[in-house]
Design a protein around this ligand. Structure first.
Ligand SMILES: *Cc1c(COP(=O)(O)O)cnc(C)c1O
Length: 403
């Protein structure tokens, strides 16, 4: 048996392993140092009370044969699909059919699995820096060539940097699939409808598909789209992945949803148009047995008025941290980006990003994430996250200002 050779081409999980290694080594050498972590990529605040109440109520239903639930439908329960259609999409003028929404256990699951619908030689484009999942999943499937000098030889990188205002340009070389994530991880920046439009136009013109990751849409307060479907024509070319993880603190509960409109198609073997919706249904039927009933009830509770209020308060808490990071860094003279519609602040580093990491750890005892770990265009930048407590965030920024 030969192992999948594509795995051997993957670089190690260098970024977070290396961050952890350096923090551990530093702590061992300086046991007195009170290290503050602003590199956290996970939520820290508890679930909303009404979400936990729904989870408990559903768990109790499992005690009686009259209300017990076994396998859920492969694509999700109607009560949750309808809540998403009516409470999440309809208010923004986006009409979805019930069979265009698929419930899953995570947006990482969906954004990594969606590439199974694309041909083995499909050409992939990603914004750079990027959430590594889109890249790794296509690399494992053998689409990206070789990893040489920090770049995949068969991947199109769309640079996002201070020079272009973090507004990527559509590919200038042929691309079949474009992954976009807005609000963005790691940069925390957003795109307006006018800035997304060229991507929709590119996809329509070239028969490409956009995979749009909207995991952070709950953090939006500016006038930017919450959904790619707010852009004209996107229904014909875009798949959208959403998650309850950052919106409602579900990172440990697990629930997400992916939208695939019937209009989104690719080419079949004899040149005919094939609906990606039908392919995804076929795939889910073969590979997925649904999200648990209590978890789908908990997710449904997020869309109640109480759920919206309680989850909104937690998002507001993180946003307040992000605003503080932004304003304190700016006062310290850093060029800062993002952090308005996202829990991430992206700053320009005066030295290379790993050197900045070491300096921050050594002189301020603050941990962040070096931008170089997110792709070639991340070099020279650094990510701080808003997921710590307000008090610790404020203390970390006091130390950074004191440098
Ligand atoms: C956190 C995150 C997700 C959410 O993933 P889940 O698997 O739903 O927890 C998706 N996309 C991005 C870019 C993220 O940062």
């Amino acid at each position: 048996m030969h192992v999948n050779p594509n795995f051997e081409k993957l670089p190690g999980n260098y970024l977070f392993a290396e961050v952890a290694r350096r923090v551990k080594a530093y702590s061992a050498a300086h046991p007195e140092a009170d290290i503050l972590k602003l590199g956290i990529g996970d939520v820290t605040q508890p679930l909303a009370p009404c979400v936990v109440a729904a989870l408990k109520k559903a768990a109790d239903e499992m005690l009686s044969s009259a209300t017990f639930h076994g396998y859920s439908p492969d694509y999700g329960y109607d009560f949750l699909i309808d809540a998403i259609r009516e409470k999440d999409y309809a208010p923004r003028g986006v009409r979805l059919a019930a069979d265009e929404v698929f419930i899953s256990d995570g947006a990482k699951t969906d954004t990594s699995a969606i590439q199974e619908l694309f041909a083995a030689d499909a050409r992939i484009a990603v914004t750079d820096p990027v959430y590594p999942v889109y890249v790794d999943s296509n690399a494992m499937a053998g689409r990206l060539g070789d990893f040489l000098d920090g770049r995949w030889t068969r991947l199109t990188y769309l640079p996002c940097n201070a020079e272009n205002g973090f507004v990527p340009s559509p590919p200038t070389e042929p691309a079949d699939v474009i992954y976009l994530c807005y609000p963005n991880n790691p940069t925390g920046t957003t795109l307006t409808a006018a800035q997304l439009k060229p991507f929709v136009e590119y996809a329509r013109k070239h028969g490409a598909v956009i995979v749009y990751d909207a995991a952070y849409k709950a953090f939006i307060s500016s006038d930017v789209p919450h959904s790619i479907y707010e852009v004209e024509g996107a229904r014909e070319v875009a798949i959208e992945c959403c998650s309850f993880s950052k919106t409602a603190g579900f990172t440990g509960v697990r629930c997400a949803y992916t939208v695939i409109p019937h209009e989104v198609t690719g080419l079949g073997a004899s040149g005919q148009q094939v609906e990606l919706n039908a392919l995804w249904k076929r795939r889910m039927g073969s590979k997925f047995n649904g999200v648990s009933y209590p978890v789908q009830r908990a997710a449904e509770a997020v869309f109640t008025p109480e759920g919206q209020k309680q989850c909104g308060e937690t998002v507001a808490y993180y946003k307040k941290n992000a605003a503080l990071i932004r304003s304190e860094l700016a006062a310290a003279g850093y060029a800062v980006f993002g952090g308005v519609d996202a829990p991430y602040v992206w700053l320009k580093t005066p030295v290379d990003s790993w050197r900045f990491f070491d300096r921050l750890l050594d002189e301020a005892h603050v941990v962040g994430t070096p931008g170089a770990g997110f792709g070639p265009s991340g070099e020279g930048y650094f990510r701080l996250t808003a997921f710590n407590t307000y008090e610790k965030t404020a203390e970390a920024l006091r130390r950074i200002r004191g440098l």
